[in-house]
Design a protein around this ligand. Structure first.
Ligand SMILES: Cc1ncc(COP(=O)(O)O)c(C=O)c1O
Length: 363
């Protein structure tokens, strides 16, 4: 018996999310010892997690038979302290910022509802839109991956519910300007979701705008600068009315006890945070200048750089790097990215040099 016909028809349009490759997968496929593999494909923290965070996680292991507090208030207070916003403006997700994006889509999507997405960008906005019954409308960025507010506003109609902006943008690393964000926030009768997953590495922070605009959501994560990708923690700064609605539809107890304890400790470990940011800023200069001699490198405000290997194919070059045990992100699966872009996470000084040398040999 087959039951696929029971699935919601909208699901047939969803293309599976393509994640960065894992060390285990590459070790198996190419017979390379895992410890020799350099993972620069998923924008993780090359310094690892904060020691304070791992200690807090271990310390709380004996409590995992208990449900966590469903409002995650202690963590939200710690985030409040970090962001300067009251806990009533903070929502959290125990499934990373992906979980935030999904819950926000759940709040605003219905059949016929639309989201506007400048591409190429992080692909989960589109998946969350479709999975929650809506439809995405795309706007192409220019040659430098910038986009004007006018082009975005042109795509807005009575069905538009959410505009997804990513700053710094994944995979291009460039910022969305504050005055452009204001134009959209003021002109659009829609929610503007600004994804600031990489904000700590950049010179821009648009979160202050939540005080001024009732239609703005700022998405954040513990996966990047805080080095807790494996704990799957995301949060968002939202107007109070959205916080109330969010709490109604989020999965209960979404933030588990270990993540919460680890996250609070990571927020307190300013030394690890600053060291992580410093490592990325230095490594970004190293990668940009080292790779700049080989191919086009885009200016980045994030913990990765994007290169263009045209006329070569990103898939071929990424494959050659994989054979040498270096995982990077072939951007071909990003909608609208073409076939020659590769995203490389900033690693340690040694890892960065290895990728520069390997690409030098390949290109
Ligand atoms: C722009 C952007 N937003 C959101 C995410 C998801 O982050 P999380 O690990 O918190 O789900 C990523 C992950 O790489 C990302 O690049």
């Amino acid at each position: 018996m087959r039951f696929e016909n029971l699935l919601r028809p909208a699901l047939k349009d969803i293309k599976e999310y393509v994640p960065g490759k894992s060390i285990e997968e590459i070790a198996r496929k190419y017979g390379i010892p895992p410890e020799k593999i350099i993972k620069l494909g998923s924008n993780e923290n090359p310094l690892g997690p904060s020691k304070l965070a791992t200690a807090a996680i271990s310390k709380n292991a004996g409590k995992v038979h208990l449900y966590p507090p469903s409002d995650a208030l202690e963590l939200r207070k710690a985030i409040s302290n970090y962001t300067g916003y009251p806990a009533g403006n903070i929502v959290v997700s125990g499934n990373g910022m992906d979980g935030i994006v999904d819950t926000v889509a759940r709040l605003f999507m219905s059949p016929g509802a639309e989201t506007v997405i400048p591409i190429p960008t992080f692909s989960y906005y589109e998946i969350a839109t479709l999975a929650n019954g809506g439809k995405s409308v795309f706007v192409e960025r220019d040659g430098d991956f910038n986009i004007t507010p006018e082009e975005i506003l042109k795509k807005i109609n009575g069905n538009t519910k959410i505009i997804f902006l990513c700053s710094p943008n994944n995979p291009s690393g460039n910022l969305f300007r504050e005055d452009d964000a204001r134009k959209i926030l003021e002109s659009a009768n829609a929610i503007v979701f600004i994804d600031e997953a990489y904000v700590e590495f950049s010179c821009s922070d648009l979160s202050g705008l939540v005080r001024e605009y009732n239609n703005l959501i700022i998405g954040r994560t513990f996966s990047k600068a805080f080095g807790l990708a494996g704990m799957r923690m995301g949060y968002a700064i939202v107007p109070e009315w959205i916080c109330r609605e969010y709490m109604k539809v989020m999965t209960p107890f979404s933030m588990d006890i270990l993540s919460s304890a680890g996250g609070i400790a990571a927020l307190e470990d300013r030394e690890h945070l600053e060291k992580s940011i410093e490592t990325v800023k230095k490594g970004r200069i190293q990668l940009t200048s080292g790779l700049g001699a080989l191919c086009k490198v885009y200016t980045s405000e994030a913990n990765f750089v994007m290169i263009d290997v045209y006329p070569r194919k990103a898939s071929d070059i990424s494959e050659s790097l994989l054979r040498k045990g270096i995982i990077v992100r072939d951007c071909t699966s990003f909608r609208g990215a073409g076939t020659s872009l590769i995203r490389i996470t900033v690693g340690t000084k040694e890892q960065n040099q290895k990728v520069i040398d390997a690409l030098g040999a390949i290109l």
